[in-house]
Design a binder for this molecule. Structure first.
Ligand SMILES: Nc1ncnc2c1ncn2[C@@H]1O[C@H](COP(=O)(O)OP(=O)(O)OP(=O)(O)O)[C@@H](O)[C@H]1O
Length: 269
């Protein structure tokens, strides 16, 4: 840990959906600090509240108690700049009538309309082309989403989340729908991008192996309502690769996180 202030702080966060008697408590008493430049995964059982936590971090949802701050500023504040974060969803959600380049540039257009662009458009177009080339989509700028495989579309959506250079990347099971080979490949590409850009990444998954392979720390959530059961440091050398998976230390951490999830998850029944 550094002596700098954390980039994201969750303080006793609660999120309850609904306002009448029929409410759902999704997150309860969640507190955590995320350091700048860290790669942190959030793992937990299906439906426990992982996406809710990311949406609270993005300022898309408001907590019913507690607070989420980014660089010390409450994300609910009217002056908080939501483009501090880039979001990657479970599905790529590309607009089928726009080319890949124009899909990647969509957030730039929206920011331009809102008057919050810091550079001129040509800067972002150059960046979009550079990002597409990094993820091996050079040459597909003028293609349409239907011409790309699922993995290629998800790569394009990662470029879209990075095009305006947000310091924080929020990723919600981004590779969950892909086959294992493509998923492993994209995990390695993501680690390369992370190493090259010094982003802070919050990565949601229910895949324990994936979380440990990627992360500096793994936050283990309980069954719904999500609260932090444990935070596990992953002190494995980088860059990570095939050899990482064969290490005893890797297997030990997998066993530790698996046990926490199995023994300490709370029952929702
Ligand atoms: N808009 C909403 N209104 C009411 N309940 C909701 C809403 N969004 C989510 N929930 C409920 O909150 C709980 C947590 O949902 P969330 O999507 O955050 O879980 P998750 O861990 O991301 O799930 P999964 O692993 O299936 O992606 C679930 O019970 C879900 O049904």
């Amino acid at each position: 840990m550094t002596d700098k202030s954390p980039i994201v702080t969750y303080s006793d966060v609660e999120k309850r959906y609904g306002t009448d008697e029929d409410t759902v408590l999704a997150v309860e008493e969640f507190s955590a600090d995320i350091e700048e430049g860290e790669f942190v995964s959030i793992v937990g059982p299906s439906g426990c509240g992982k996406s809710t936590l990311l949406h609270l971090t993005a300022g898309i949802l408001d907590p019913t108690r507690g607070s989420v701050t980014v660089n010390g500023m409450n994300v609910q504040s009217s002056v908080y700049e939501k483009h501090n974060v880039g979001l990657v969803f479970q599905k790529p959600v590309l607009l089928e009538w726009r080319t890949i380049l124009d899909n990647v540039l969509l957030p730039v257009e929206i920011m331009d309309e809102n008057g919050v662009l810091t550079e001129d458009r040509s800067h972002y177009e150059e960046r979009a082309r550079e990002l597409l080339s990094i993820v091996d989509l050079g040459g597909f700028e003028d293609a349409y989403p239907r011409e790309l495989s699922g993995g290629m579309q998800q790569r394009a959506s990662i470029c879209r989340s990075l095009v305006y250079d947000p310091p924080i990347l929020l990723m919600d099971e981004p590779f969950g729908a892909l086959d294992k080979i493509t998923r492993d490949q994209l995990n390695d590409e993501l680690l390369s991008i992370w190493a090259a850009t010094n982003k802070t990444v919050l990565f949601v998954t229910h895949n324990i192996q994936e979380a440990i392979y990627l992360s500096d720390r793994v936050i283990v959530l309980s069954d719904r309502p999500a609260t932090a059961l444990d935070t596990v440091s992953v002190d494995l050398a980088r860059p990570r690769n095939e050899e990482t998976l064969a290490h005893d230390a890797y297997q030990d951490i997998v066993a530790q996180v698996t046990e926490t999830m199995e023994l300490r998850g709370r029952s929702t029944s």
